[in-house]
Design a protein around this ligand. Structure first.
Ligand SMILES: [Zn+2]
Length: 179
């Protein structure tokens, strides 16, 4: 887990007062909101929030498409809502996983282009959902760093602190440049 302030960037980490130069974080707080809008129509969220309400993260019919990277019984979405489930570990990305993430991100990008409301969710709504949301934004023409920044603006500084996910996202940009 990377420090939420310097993200272990080599130029920043030696002087970082939050992690005292280690680049690492010791704990990750929950978000306040069940989901947040990253760009118009595209929301990122999770199953756990700081809220005391047990139903805060239950999805009804708020969205046209829900992508769940983790699932829990009783958390929706409502019947009739398109629901794509891809169980994804918050770990390093192997080539098979990379293909699956790319497929799901493509589906999100198409839905977004069609004007649909899309929710991408995982457990905390920080890393796995951020990976898919940022991948979809890159497909929409954002640079990886712009996409990562958009996710962190929406979900806070703890979003996309999985260094493997960040490396993977930055690689997407160079793939596109060579295509
Ligand atoms: Zn730091």
């Amino acid at each position: 887990m990377l420090c939420h302030a310097c993200y272990a960037e080599p130029a920043l980490v030696p002087d970082c007062v939050h992690c005292h130069g280690s680049g690492r974080a010791t704990s990750m707080p929950l978000c306040d909101d069940a989901w947040n809008e990253v760009v118009p129509g595209l929301f990122q969220g999770g199953h756990d929030v700081r809220s005391q309400s047990a139903s805060a993260c239950v999805v009804g019919a708020e969205f046209d498409l829900v992508v769940s990277l983790a699932t829990r019984p009783g958390y929706g979405p409502a019947a009739g809502v398109e629901h794509v489930v891809l169980r994804l570990a918050d770990a390093a990305i192997d080539p098979v996983t990379a293909v699956r993430v790319d497929e799901v991100a493509g589906r999100v990008a198409v839905a977004l282009a069609d004007g649909q409301r899309v929710l991408v969710r995982c457990s905390g709504g920080l890393n796995r959902s951020g990976l898919v949301v940022a991948s979809a934004l890159v497909k929409h023409g954002r640079t990886p760093d712009e996409a990562i920044a958009a996710v962190r603006r929406a979900r806070g500084p703890w979003a996309l602190t999985n260094p493997g996910f960040v490396v993977h996202l930055r690689g997407l940009g160079s793939e596109d440049a060579h295509a």
